[in-house]
Unconditional design. Structure first.
Ligand code: KIV
Length: 272
């Protein structure tokens, strides 16, 4: 499947928007799953800081470090996907100064990222500009920004209220403008009302990628573990296309029972 497809490039992202071809992005944190999603034909692989909640068992994304992100980007890059690799800058790696933002973006690129992603609109403008000046493509992320967990009081839907305050409708429109003007090549819109995401997408000349942001975005992203039904929790904005958690439990319990009743290994699994 898709053996002939060519490497997706950063400049080609603009063509997707121009030609109204929806972009597909999923997360992956290791080489095995990067190879699987690439063979399935996704355009973009996000090595997300969601690794903190999905793989590391944390309550939010705040604990994940640059060392962790670098390691996971390296694992995904080792699959040599045709999809573009997006490396997520973790909490604390770009908020401190534009210089830190560039230093840490460089680390992710050296690990194999082709684009770096960071959260925030107006407040992240300087960081985005600095990284772009270093010739590193940036993907923004507005709306529900999980690294703002404490300010938001948890992972809360944004843009339901009018106004310029953080998370207000007008503020999100301004955040989107700031990200684009700072030079980002694309941005994620997370957990905002569909009509607001539509307005932002229409006003933006760069592709928007939605999660919990309706169907009008230029692309969609899902966390792979939600898509595969591997997660314990389910989310109303995500669709599980499989039930791998239950299938995995069934498979492993069959193995446990086979070993206990000595039906595995049998002759065919033994050396002579
Ligand atoms: O880290 C992540 O997986 C993300 C997506 C939810 C967009 O940022």
């Amino acid at each position: 499947m898709n053996m002939q497809r060519t490497k997706i490039t950063v400049p080609s992202l603009a063509d997707y928007k121009l030609n109204r071809v929806p972009l597909t992005m999923v997360t992956a944190y290791d080489s095995t799953f990067a190879a699987i999603v690439d063979e399935a034909g996704v355009d973009l692989i996000l090595v997300g800081d969601s690794v903190a909640t999905v793989m590391q068992g944390h309550r939010n994304t705040l604990p994940v470090s640059m060392d962790h992100m670098e390691y996971h980007v390296q694992m995904v890059a080792s699959a040599k996907p045709k999809a573009l690799i997006i490396g997520d800058l973790p909490f604390g790696s770009y908020q401190t100064s534009p210089r830190d933002a560039v230093i840490n973006a460089v680390r992710l690129v050296k690990a194999g990222a082709e684009i770096v992603k960071l959260e925030g609109g107006i407040h992240s403008r300087d960081a985005i500009e600095a990284i772009v000046r270093a010739d590193i493509p940036v993907m923004g992320h507005i709306g529900l920004t999980p690294q703002s967990y404490h300010r938001m009081g948890g992972n809360k839907i944004q843009g339901r209220q009018d106004g310029n305050q953080s998370g207000g409708r007008d503020r999100l429109l301004a955040d989107a403008r700031a990200v684009e003007e700072a030079g980002a090549c694309s941005f994620v819109i997370e957990a905002v009302p569909a009509n607001l995401a539509t307005e932002i997408t229409t006003a933006s000349t760069i592709p928007t990628i939605g999660i919990g942001a309706g169907a009008a975005c230029d692309g969609q992203v899902l966390v792979l573990h939600d898509l595969l039904g591997l997660s314990e929790r389910t989310f109303s904005f995500a669709k599980a296309y499989s039930n791998l958690r239950q299938q995995s439990i069934t498979a492993v319990s069959e193995y446990v029972s086979d070993v206990r009743n000595r039906s595995f290994p049998d002759e065919s699994h033994s050396f002579h």
